[in-house]
Design a protein around this ligand. Structure first.
Ligand code: ATP
Length: 291
């Protein structure tokens, strides 16, 4: 095999809680992660020219993506190459981006995860999943999750993963407003006090396990909204719009600014999709399903 193509899927957070700030500066989280059918396409080609080379397509957001060592794809490929120098010589990686960038949808992390999986196959390294996930966390806390995908409870700094049942079937409208949110800014400005009202991740997990869509929608919550929504009211405007159009609930994903709405009816989801697009509040809008 000389070439392999992989789809790297995005994620949303059905729930996101921050438990505490650790002494080392990392945050301990408790999240429900969910893969969605929006994906980047990565093509990996073996090369006789030593080194790692990355190229990106021309879709929306690609201009923001570095092609040097700071790209998470590069970091993942470098770890693989340094660990197996006798097996990996040169590689060319091409990225076609569809996942909104700096959106709270783990775009970079899922590209890195796809890189670990693809290089494992392409160079016939036969690394087990556990080992790949250990390598992944060196690139980013969300990378181990992106390697396994699906629905999972994520704890620790994001690397302690417990797969759970997939959520009940529903329609999903996903909208990324035209603002860039820095994850670092959001965590730095998060205030954790005794008064902080935390989302109930255990109840959310239970609702998913019981296949109870209404309860799932009701219990969804994201603590980081306290920082991002305050700074960017457009997030709340999109959430309200989705709920007014029949959404059971709507929530910000990750550190934002992407918003997703949960719909029972396809018709309502389609109307909401067109309304959000037409409002100009978000340019990148997707209609998909869950479960
Ligand atoms: P998360 O949900 O993990 O916080 P995100 O969706 O907020 O991630 P990314 O799309 O991963 O954020 O991009 C954040 C920044 O990382 C971008 O502005 C970009 O400069 C940089 N970056 C590095 N590698 C990649 C990549 N492969 N794809 C996208 N962005 C990348």
């Amino acid at each position: 095999m000389e070439q392999i193509t992989k789809q790297a899927k995005a994620k949303i957070n059905l729930g996101l809680d921050v438990i505490r700030r650790r002494a080392d500066g990392y945050h301990e989280v408790k999240m429900i992660m969910q893969t969605v059918e929006i994906a980047d396409t990565l093509t990996f080609s073996k090369s006789s020219i030593p080194g790692i080379r990355i190229s990106v397509g021309e879709s929306a957001g690609c201009e923001q993506i570095p092609t040097d060592e700071s790209n998470l794809i590069y970091k993942a490929a470098k770890i693989m190459k340094d660990t197996y120098p006798e097996k990996i010589d040169g590689i060319d990686i091409h990225l076609e981006k569809k996942i909104p960038v700096a959106a709270g949808m783990a775009g970079g992390s899922t590209d890195a995860a796809a890189t670990f999986l693809a290089m494992n196959e392409l160079f016939e390294l036969q690394i087990g999943m556990d080992e790949l996930m250990k390598m992944g966390v060196r690139v980013g806390a969300d990378v181990p999750y992106c390697i396994i995908g699906g629905t999972a409870l994520s704890e620790g700094i994001g690397e302690i993963l417990t797969p759970i049942e997939k959520p009940p079937f529903c329609y999903l409208v996903i909208a990324k407003p035209e603002i860039n949110v820095s994850t670092k800014y959001v965590y730095e400005n998060l205030k954790l006090t005794e008064q902080t009202i935390h989302p109930d991740i255990d109840s959310l997990k239970e609702a998913i396990q019981k296949n109870d869509l209404k309860k799932m929608a009701e219990t969804m919550g994201n603590l980081l909204e306290t920082v991002t929504v305050e700074k960017y009211p457009v997030i709340d405007e999109i959430k309200k719009m989705m709920i007014q159009m029949g959404g059971l609930n709507a929530l910000m994903s990750g550190s934002g600014p992407t918003v997703f709405g949960i719909f029972v009816n396809q018709g309502d989801a389609e109307k909401a999709y067109h309304a959000v697009r037409g409002s100009g509040k978000a340019k990148q809008v997707f209609l998909t399903t869950l479960g």
